[in-house]
Design a protein around this ligand. Structure first.
Ligand SMILES: Nc1ncnc2c1ncn2[C@@H]1O[C@H](COP(=O)(O)OP(=O)(O)O)[C@@H](O)[C@H]1O
Ligand SMILES: O=C(OP(=O)(O)O)[C@H](O)COP(=O)(O)O
Length: 394
């Protein structure tokens, strides 16, 4: 059974709360605060119940553009919450532990990006994770652990799976809600159409295989860089620029996409056209017009029309990842159209950090459930288990 905040004696307790506030960044700070706002209920409840709330979170991946401190996140949380929110530029050092010890009841402290520490970017089993430096050093300063980071719950990293071995542990309100909705997807209306876009090529190929093998998906529509990977796997010569974007993520995934096309090609839909930028304009190219020197940045209108036909009959639409570089208005068309078609399905689930940002930016509403997780939601839908959830279950 997974315990929730209803089971936690919060008064005066130092509660470590793992959240997922991993967000798109802009030059001057956060480009979108949806993931921060998602945790407001959990954090407000704990602060109102006089807990000393200690936040653990990651931002970006080592070496990536969005790998940064959590200073901007703490400042935004301070605006979003009634409680006072402090920031500490360390995670488990004596400085960090001193700040935890000095924290007032009803206040919040944001510790530094957990991925600044190399152990955090490795996968562990729960017992080993409990012995990592981060967990072994920080746990003694805490009385309890709450995992509200559904969006990262598919990762077996120390801050996600290590604390339950050392502290009484609970699911936060976001985690509780997500498990409630996504745990019952196999009872959702058929036919089920999965729309896989975005940049996580390897994860998406794995998801496609799983939902097709398990008979959960009647159709898989591919878009974004994922769609480009499937086009390459199908032998389409997109051009060196597009191929480089895909291969930078995973050349191996293209091979695996090819294997999947061999087995399930009749249920996998590939883009029929793509959009590139030429002299500052959007230009749509049919597959016959490729290769193109410019990278494919969006799906074109023929793809949108074909996918809309499939989605029109969907009982359930499950969507992850944008169809193109929606951040640039020239290439937002595919995402806008595809999301609007998916939102019209009888039951529709959408997930992903960038996907949620796209929904807000493009003003699209009407999904039955907007999950805070992309990879986590898909993994939950396909495997039904998540490592960070399994360790909460006792
Ligand atoms: N054709 C494309 N070329 C380059 N980037 C793309 C393309 N299609 C989508 N993207 C990018 O993919 C990113 C989001 O993908 P991903 O992180 O997988 O989504 P999510 O966070 O919703 O799971 C966006 O920043 C978007 O610009
Ligand atoms: O943004 C996230 O994943 P998502 O984009 O699949 O929702 C989570 O914060 C997990 O991040 P990660 O995929 O770098 O482990």
């Amino acid at each position: 059974m997974i315990r929730t905040l209803d089971d936690l004696d919060a008064e005066g307790a130092a509660v470590g709360v793992r959240v997922d506030i991993n967000s798109p960044l802009a030059a001057d700070g956060l480009a979108d605060d949806a993931r921060l706002r998602a945790h407001v209920d959990t954090l407000s409840e704990l602060a109102d119940r006089n807990a000393r709330v200690v936040l653990l979170a990651h931002q970006g991946r080592p070496g990536g553009d969005e790998f940064s401190t959590l200073a901007a996140h703490a400042a935004r949380l301070d605006e979003l919450l009634d409680a006072s929110v402090g920031y500490c530029d360390a995670t488990f050092s004596s400085d960090a532990r001193d700040r935890v010890d000095a924290l007032d009841a009803g206040s919040v402290l944001v510790l530094e990006n957990t991925r600044f520490y190399s152990e955090e970017y490795m996968e562990w089993d729960a017992e080993e994770a409990a012995d990592t430096h981060l967990v072994a050093k920080l746990a003694p300063a805490l009385d309890a652990f709450v995992n509200d980071a559904f969006a990262a719950a598919h990762r077996s990293q120390p801050s996600l799976v290590g604390f339950p071995g050392r502290l009484p542990s609970y699911a936060g309100r976001v985690m509780e809600r997500e498990l409630d909705v996504l745990g019952n997807i196999d009872e959702s209306p058929e036919p089920r159409v999965y729309v896989l876009g975005g940049a996580k090529v390897t994860d998406s190929v794995d998801v496609a295989r799983s939902v097709l093998e398990r008979g959960l998906a009647d159709a898989v529509l591919t878009a974004g860089i994922v769609g480009n990977a499937f086009l390459l796997a199908d032998g389409v010569r997109l051009g060196a620029a597009s191929a480089e974007v895909v291969n930078d993520r995973s050349a191996e995934a293209v091979k695996r996409a090819g294997d999947l096309l061999d087995e399930y090609g009749h249920r996998i839909y590939l883009p029929r056209d793509v959009a590139v930028g030429r002299d500052g304009e959007r230009v749509e190219l049919d597959l016959a017009d490729l290769p193109s020197p410019e990278p494919a940045m969006d799906v074109g209108s023929r793809t949108v029309a074909a996918y809309a036909d499939v989605l029109e009959d969907a009982g359930t639409a499950v969507l992850n990842g944008p169809a193109g570089v929606f951040e640039d208005e020239l290439f937002a068309y595919g995402t806008r159209e595809l999301y609007e078609s998916a939102a019209r399905a009888e039951y529709s689930i959408v997930g992903g950090g960038d996907t949620a940002a796209a929904l807000r930016r493009l003003g699209i509403e009407g999904f039955s459930h907007v999950s805070t997780g992309g990879g986590a939601a898909l993994r939950m839908l396909t495997d039904g288990d998540l490592p960070a959830v399994t360790v909460l279950d006792d």
